[in-house]
Design a protein around this ligand. Structure first.
Ligand code: NAP
Ligand code: FE
Length: 365
């Protein structure tokens, strides 16, 4: 058993403005990695620029990260940041994950980039600072990066492990999330915590965080049906997401993530909702006693209540999908090929069961 969490986390309103010395300790030139709009909208971008300028730290900007980023965006980002000493990501999982890949290519060059990010040999990275603006992926405290692999028609975890050196959490940045984004990211955090707790790799250290994340999301689950939440509720949802990140940083994720990846790739269902679609069927494959603990922590008296909640949430979030028999077959093949996630699930999963889960989950919402 082990527990390893090297990321130093600071949470405070105005934390970025107060982090000049911290950023200055990482070097004289930064690359900022972010998406097109939201970092500017929520104020994080301006706060970061102000503190970099105040410290005399030069910077370049790569602000073209899209949701579910392509592997090749790491190359574009690294080329935009040549000469940087460190990388600062602002945004949700997509910019934070990309920053980790970019930080490897900035240090080791962009040639053979697929090999450097996914091959057997290890490569280290420049320091990465994460400024999260969504409460879901936990990428600010995990070593993982997930990219869209257009060739394999799914999403794929980078082989390298890059923990951010610092995470700067300002709860105000999350308040510009609309209801749908808030809900899909909340479902991502929920599935991280549940999958971690039910994983073969779960330990007393990871469980502490997983169960607390489940409780926090359980406490605020009905807020999913409100257009806006208060800053106090948002702070607890951020904690749930970060706690779930601590948990999966130790255990990884398991089946719902695997089931969801091709649905996100082929049908553009956002990541958190793609996980949520499979949670009810997944729970039926898991140990009953542990599932009962999850349900109790989340404030559901029965499995049916849980299923009804997920159905209610998906009904306001995702258009029903119609998939062909050939698609169910293909996605089941892909799921069986993702050995790492299968290995995290206690017990064996057959191709037939995987296919039945796909069919049942996708026809029942
Ligand atoms: P995201 O893909 O980073 O962002 C989705 C959208 O939300 C973007 O359009 C973004 O706008 C917008 N947005 C971000 N922050 C906002 C804010 N505060 N206000 C308004 N809009 C905002 O979303 P995500 O769910 O956080 O990340 C999903 C990605 O993370 C997936 O690729 C998933 O596979 C990965 N993931 C990683 C881990 C891990 O451990 N590393 C775990 C789970 C999932 P802009 O484009 O303008 O920025
Ligand atoms: Fe996830």
């Amino acid at each position: 058993m082990s527990y390893y969490m090297p990321t130093k986390l600071f949470e405070d309103e105005g934390i970025v403005a107060k982090s000049g010395a911290l950023l200055g300790s990482l070097g004289r030139r930064a690359l900022i990695v972010t998406g097109r709009r939201s970092a500017k909208l929520c104020g994080a971008f301006d706060d970061l620029i102000a503190v970099l300028e105040q410290e005399g730290i030069a910077y370049s900007i790569y602000d073209e990260i899209e949701a579910n980023p392509l592997i090749s965006q790491c190359v574009d980002g690294a080329l935009a940041g040549e000469g940087a000493d460190f990388v600062v990501a602002i945004g949700g999982g997509s910019p934070m994950d990309s920053a980790k890949g970019i930080a490897i290519l900035l240090k080791h060059g962009t040639d053979d980039y697929v090999e450097k990010l996914f091959g057997a040999q290890d490569y280290d990275a420049l320091p990465v600072v994460a400024i999260p603006t969504t409460a879901g992926t936990g990428s600010e405290v995990t070593p993982y990066s997930v990219f869209t692999d257009a060739e394999q028609e799914t999403k794929r975890s980078m082989a390298r492990r890059v923990f951010p050196i610092y995470s700067l959490i300002d709860p105000r940045y999350f308040m510009t999330m609309r209801q749908r984004l808030r809900n899909t990211t909340m479902m991502d955090a929920f599935s991280h915590a549940i999958e971690s707790y039910l994983s073969i790799k779960s330990t007393p250290y990871s469980e502490l965080f997983a169960l607390e994340a489940i409780s926090l999301i359980g406490r605020h689950k009905e807020r999913a049906f409100d257009e806006q939440v208060s800053l106090d509720v948002m702070k607890e949802l951020i904690h749930a997401s970060t706690f779930a990140g601590f948990a999966i940083s130790q255990t990884g994720t398991t089946l719902p993530h695997s089931f969801g990846y091709p649905i996100t790739f082929a049908h553009r269902v956002s990541h958190g909702f793609a996980n949520a679609i499979f949670l009810p069927e997944y729970l039926k494959l898991c140990d009953e006693t542990r599932v009962a603990e999850v349900l109790e922590r989340a404030g559901f008296s029965t499995r049916d209540e849980f299923d009804a909640y997920i159905a209610r949430l998906l009904a306001i979030s995702v258009e029903p999908l119609t998939l062909s028999a050939a698609e169910f077959d293909k996605y089941s093949d892909m799921l069986m090929a993702n050995k790492a996630k299968l290995a995290n699930h206690p017990g064996a999963l057959s191709w037939e069961t995987a296919r039945a889960v796909y069919e049942k989950a996708l026809t029942s919402f």
